[in-house]
Design a protein. Structure first.
Length: 351
């Protein structure tokens, strides 16, 4: 019996970034249905790929140790990942990272065809996408896969999957909340990489919720991780109007909930991309990062708020300045965000 050709997708980092690889992954599966696809992913972002039918094998590793550990720990992680890649006995690998160290790992693992991002100087890749910064993040992954002869793109729809029980679980936790239109809010920032990105977090959500409850007939659903739970104390609101599910449902549960929501308000982070995957309008709030290659592109009513301060974007190599007045986020008012929400609501159902 002939062995199926094996292709590896490799990724670590943040939840949203992982979700944005799924259009390329789906298109690759359709383009090469005879191949076995193995996705090697950092454990912190495994939830983004669970149940994905376009993956034959999902392999995880401890990426948290890589980001938070010392030099020795990082070297051990690199060694383990190199061995993981080698054990796949793959002919091709798509490295969805912009860190040349992983290109080196793929070469050391003996993979013949190595596709990845590069500034043109990589000696470890056989095919490199050098102008990746000209594309939206979703398109950058698609363009990378287009370097493989025979690959055909399949649109921008992002795929997240949940079990049949997740919608039932959400229904039991939200009660009669969805009898009215629901606006979801996600107060958290980007996580799953070096550290929680506190600078991505907008501080006006509490006042925004007050405005939604007082000035509209919409209910509010707060979503996020356990670490987001303390960011927003919603105890003073009527639970019939405002439900806080931070830390109470997994990523798949948040996705199931978002599919029932009318609109999502979120910072630049995983929840923003999760809302885009759910196909609903997203009002995204950007400050220290640029929206130009990350904003949600799956719904025509989605939009972003970005003040384009002279110092923004200030992120460099995944890190922010130690000192900042955070005016890029602080100068965004609840009134500004609520105005965008009202505009989205007014346009829903219009041709």
């Amino acid at each position: 019996m002939n062995r199926r050709p094996v292709t590896v997708f490799f990724k670590l980092g943040a939840l949203g970034d992982t979700i944005m690889t799924t259009p390329a992954l789906r298109a690759y599966r359709k383009s090469f249905p005879h191949e076995e696809i193995i996705y090697i992913i950092g454990k912190t972002c495994e939830a983004a790929l669970l149940g994905n039918p376009n993956i034959d094998r999902l392999i995880t590793f401890d990426d948290d140790a890589f980001y938070t550990g010392g030099v020795v720990t990082r070297m051990r992680t690199m060694f383990k990942v190199t061995n993981l890649i080698k054990s796949c006995r793959a002919e091709k690998i798509f490295i969805m990272q912009r860190d040349g160290a992983w290109d080196h790992a793929a070469k050391n693992a003996g993979i013949t065809e190595r596709f990845g991002f590069s500034d043109g100087k990589s000696k470890y890749l056989t095919r490199a996408l050098t102008n990746w910064d000209e594309f939206h993040e979703v398109d950058a992954y698609i363009e990378l896969c287009k370097l493989a002869e025979g690959f055909k793109p399949d649109g921008h729809v992002m795929n997240v999957y949940h079990s049949e029980s997740e919608p039932e679980r959400v229904a039991s936790l939200t009660g009669r909340l969805f009898e009215k239109r629901v606006i979801a809010v996600a107060p958290g920032g980007r996580s799953g990489m070096k550290a929680e990105d506190d600078l991505r977090r907008w501080r006006g959500y509490l006042e925004l919720i007050r405005k939604i409850v007082a000035e509209s007939d919409c209910n509010v659903l707060v979503i996020g991780s356990k670490s987001d739970k303390d960011l927003l104390d919603t105890g003073g609101f009527d639970e019939a109007r405002v439900k806080n599910l931070c830390g109470k449902i997994p990523v798949a549960g948040s996705y199931a909930a978002l599919k029932r929501c009318t609109v999502l308000v979120a910072n630049d982070g995983g929840a923003m991309i999760l809302g885009a995957a759910a196909g609903i309008p997203v009002v995204s709030i950007f400050g220290p990062t640029s929206p130009l290659n990350r904003y949600p592109i799956t719904n025509h009513l989605s939009r972003y708020i970005w003040l384009e301060k002279k110092c923004s974007p200030c992120i460099k190599n995944g890190s922010f300045p130690r000192r900042t007045n955070h005016s890029c986020m602080g100068d965004i008012t609840p009134d500004m965000v609520f105005a965008e929400i009202k505009d989205v609501l007014s346009r829903i159902g219009q041709k």
